[in-house]
Ligand binder design. Structure first.
Ligand code: NAP
Length: 297
């Protein structure tokens, strides 16, 4: 146990996500009375088990709040041309307000070309270069779901962002980079000082130990250890890693990028895996779909 042991408050992502979903359900009902029924098309190519479970969870969440979901499960052999044709059709379908292509795509498909083919107004993942550019210049509308989930968890937990030093470990286009841009915005939900670390950073712990808020998004199990965390810091664990566990029926269990048991004795607040960022990411996808539907109307 750390000498300054304090045992962190656990940020309950499931509970916060449920509260947001309750508000979204009410909004969907209100829109339905005006004749607008938000719809989300989810495209899955191939049979990656993790992707299947993410897509299934997203569709279930749509049902829970009354968003129409259009399911497109395609074989791994789907060609770029076939996928582009489906996206073109969904771009023109007025019942579809959001289009989500589950990543990663099989290696024979050009992911960038697929993302660019999505109508930016239906890009509920916020990955289209137009939406990325809008975010960078402070004009973001459809923001990527996982970084948005991180910001919402911090706000819901009354963590002060303004002036805070946030250290993000990971610079991917879906988590680290957009999150850094969101936290840098000159806005109440930003105004942080942001450091971004990656695999080429010299001595990551020098940076992580300075963080008021530490976000781990590396995809590397249990890598942030207690000695890398400043006592009292807020720790958000984005990582989702499957590690073998013969004791479980599935043969694996999920762990984050943070050594949860040790770090919770040092941090003031921490998100668990599972039950932290994951459920909030899905809630943000629902929120983006409703937002896209309202501005398309
Ligand atoms: P990614 O594209 O593989 O990016 C990982 C980033 O972390 C890269 O920038 C990489 O550096 C850096 N990195 C990897 N190992 C590192 C280490 N040991 N030290 C320092 N930096 C390191 O992954 P991603 O798509 O961003 O996902 C990250 C994690 O979040 C994964 O576990 C993923 O499953 C999870 N995730 C969860 C959700 C959710 O809803 N909960 C959503 C999305 C992703 P380089 O750039 O130098 O390679």
């Amino acid at each position: 146990m750390h000498p300054l042991s304090m045992s962190a408050k656990i940020i309950d992502g499931r509970h916060i996500a449920e509260q947001i979903k309750t508000r979204i359900r009410a909004k969907v009902q209100q829109l339905a009375e005006t004749g607008l029924n938000p719809g989300l098309a989810v495209i899955l190519v191939g049979e990656d088990p993790a992707s299947i479970s993410y897509v299934t969870a997203k569709q279930k969440a749509c049902q829970e709040v009354g968003i129409r979901s259009f399911d497109h499960r395609l074989p791994a052999s789907t060609t770029q041309k076939q996928l582009m044709a489906l996206i073109a059709e969904l771009n023109h379908n007025h019942q579809v307000h959001g289009i989500l292509v589950q990543l990663p795509l099989p290696s024979h498909i050009d992911t960038h070309a697929v993302i660019e083919a999505i109508d930016p107004n239906k890009d509920v993942d916020g990955f289209h270069p137009i939406n990325v550019g809008r975010l960078v210049i402070g004009q973001g509308r459809l923001l990527p779901c996982t970084p948005r989930a991180v910001v919402e968890l911090l706000i819901s937990s009354q963590v002060e962002l303004e002036g805070a030093h946030v250290v993000i470990v990971g610079r991917s286009n879906i988590v680290g980079r957009p999150l850094a841009n969101m936290l840098l915005q000159k806005a109440k939900t930003g105004n942080a000082t942001v450091t971004v670390c990656h695999s080429r950073t010299k001595d990551i712990s020098v940076h992580t130990r300075q963080a008021d808020i530490l976000v781990a998004a590396m995809g590397s199990p249990n890598t942030i250890t207690a000695d890398m965390v400043r006592p009292g810091a807020v720790v958000i664990d984005v990582g989702v890693n499957r590690i073998p566990d013969p004791g479980r029926k599935s043969g694996y269990r999920l762990v984050g990028d943070v050594d949860f048991e040790a770090v919770k004795e040092v941090a003031s607040m921490i998100t668990p895996v599972p039950g932290g960022v994951g459920p909030m990411t899905i809630a943000m996808l629902l929120a983006n779909t409703v937002l896209a539907a309202t501005f398309q109307q």
